[in-house]
Design a protein around this ligand. Structure first.
Ligand code: UD1
Ligand code: CA
Length: 469
């Protein structure tokens, strides 16, 4: 008879991830812009859980901090430290005895590794349901994989029931032939798991306490152990090295892209379109090949991005066109056009219908409504008025070697080719500059600024340094 017991989850995330050969703890390696472990926790958070306990160890502080910063959930996520990594069985027992669980209460416990980022909430719910329906002591999520190399093999008895799980390194030649593997995702009766873990021994190829052995311990002590096969074996893929990281990320990317296409986004070549899990897209956005959208990027309806555009933490309005552009912490207004070959740095804001063209770099500047910076320009720390036009080759000389200064260009001003705006400086509304002008003083509205004041002062640097001392 199945009976209701509350459900909790334990995530094993203390391992070093030696096979990644990385300074970063394995579970923090990002997939589509979100750390591996957070993908796992996202799936858990979607379930009706009492609590989530994360076992941290290697890089414990970094792992805990990242989770606390990036997790937006009401649910209590608690951390328990496994100081020495003695294996998955030891990690599970640290979780149970770490002071978080009430030792008298009965509940069901999902145990998941921190390195299976494709795992869905549906699969976990199915696992918990099967576990309760069978009133099992342990339910193992299995998968049929060919080749099953590297995974623990699920060995069944003559009746087809799960007998034991054997690690690849400990398997006999016959066991190596088994293609049903343990995904390392389980549901346990917590009250039965605790004593089973105390009976594990580290006599195996890796000298570790294997959680997989809890299965045979439970079976030997007369408890029901069942195996449930995952519908999609790829969903439970574990990431142990960089090659698996890339494969799993590609799968996640396809999943993200399919979701956006279902929601009305066009992708000319989804295989060459890279959208982080944290990005938001509106209907009728069109992404061209080589588009990389990262972080908190948002793209408004009908905008066309790419080819070859890399936008990070960038907000694009509706109906904009952004070609061959790198943008980081930028706002691009409705119907604005950018590129090809523009570099927009933090603090750049383009108002509606602004145009930024070819080989233009902008940072920390506001470009007004309908204003144009069409070719070969550097605009830094500036405010360009509505309707102004910035000629080719224009730059703001915003840095005097010590400090940054601001430039202001008024509405409908016309800045001719190769103008140098030496900041701090202000050009009035509807003012003009002549080709090659070097503007060192403010230009009143509707005035013209022409010419180059290039006088030479010998010994200038000596004098400046003497002044500073
Ligand atoms: C594990 C399983 C294997 C299964 C495979 C599925 C064991 C012994 N093996 O192997 O049967 O087929 O997953 O992907 O369980 N961890 C700790 N503390 C430790 C050791 C590990 O928290 O002391 C964590 C790791 O951070 C990781 C997870 O447990 O998230 C699994 O460990 P890993 O070393 O990746 O196990 P596998 O060799 O993949
Ligand atoms: Ca693994």
């Amino acid at each position: 008879m199945s009976q209701y017991r509350p459900l909790s989850a334990v995530v094993l995330a203390a391992g070093e991830g030696t096979r990644m050969r990385s300074e970063t703890p394995k579970v923090l390696h990002p997939l589509c812009g979100r750390p591996m472990l957070l993908h796992v926790i996202d799936a858990l958070v979607a379930l009706p859980l009492e609590r989530i306990v994360v076992v941290v160890g290697h890089g414990a502080e970094r792992v805990t901090k990242t989770l606390q910063e990036q997790l937006a959930t009401e649910l209590a996520v608690e951390f328990v430290e496994q100081r020495v990594q003695r294996g998955t069985g030891d990690a599970a027992s640290v979780a149970l005895t770490g002071g978080v669980f009430d030792l008298d209460a009965e509940d069901d416990l999902l145990v998941v590794p921190g390195d299976t980022p494709l795992l869905s909430a549906e699969t976990l719910a199915t696992l918990a349901r099967a576990h309760r329906e069978a009133d099992a002591a342990a339910t193992v999520l299995t998968a049929i994989l060919d080749p099953p190399t590297g995974y623990g093999r699920v060995v069944r008895d003559a009746n087809g029931a799960v007998d034991h799980i054997v690690e690849h390194a400990d398997a006999t030649p016959d066991e190596l032939e088994v293609t049903e593997i343990s995904t390392s995702i389980y549901c346990f009766r917590r009250g039965l798991l605790a004593p089973a873990l105390r009976r594990l021994s580290p006599e195996n190829a890796q000298g570790e306490y294997y959680l997989t052995d809890a299965v045979s311990v439970l079976k030997e002590t007369g408890h029901a152990v069942i195996g449930v096969a995952a519908d999609d074996p790829y969903e439970t893929a574990g990431v142990n090295d960089r090659a698996q990281l890339a494969e799993v990320e590609a799968t996640l990317r396809r999943r993200i892209n399919r979701r956006w296409m279902r929601d009305g986004v066009s992708m000319t070549d989804p295989e060459r379109t890279y959208v982080d899990a944290t990005v938001e897209l509106e209907p009728d956005v069109h992404l061209l090949p080589g588009t990389v959208l990262a972080g908190r990027t948002v793209v408004g309806a009908r905008s066309v991005i790419g080819p070859d555009a890399q936008l990070t933490d960038t907000i694009v309005g509706e109906g904009a066109v952004v070609r061959q552009t790198v943008a980081h912490e930028v706002e691009i207004g409705d119907d604005a056009t950018v590129g090809p070959f523009a570099f927009l740095r933090p603090g750049t804001r383009l108002a509606a219908r602004a145009h930024v063209g070819t080989f233009v770099e902008i940072k920390n500047s506001d470009i007004g409504e309908g204003a144009k910076v069409p070719h070969l320009a550097y605009i830094g720390d500036a405010e360009i008025g509505d309707g102004a036009n910035i000629g080719a080759g224009t730059i703001t000389a915003n840095y005097d070697g010590r400090e940054k200064h601001r430039t202001k260009v008024g509405k409908d001003a016309r800045i001719s080719s190769n103008t140098v705006l030496v900041a701090p400086v202000e050009v009035g509304d509807e003012a003009y500059t002549g080709a090659g002008a070097v503007v060192t003083r403010d230009v009143p509205p509707r005035a013209m600024a022409k010419g180059v004041p290039a006088e030479i002062t010998e010994g200038w640097l000596d004098k400046r340094e003497a002044e500073r001392d």
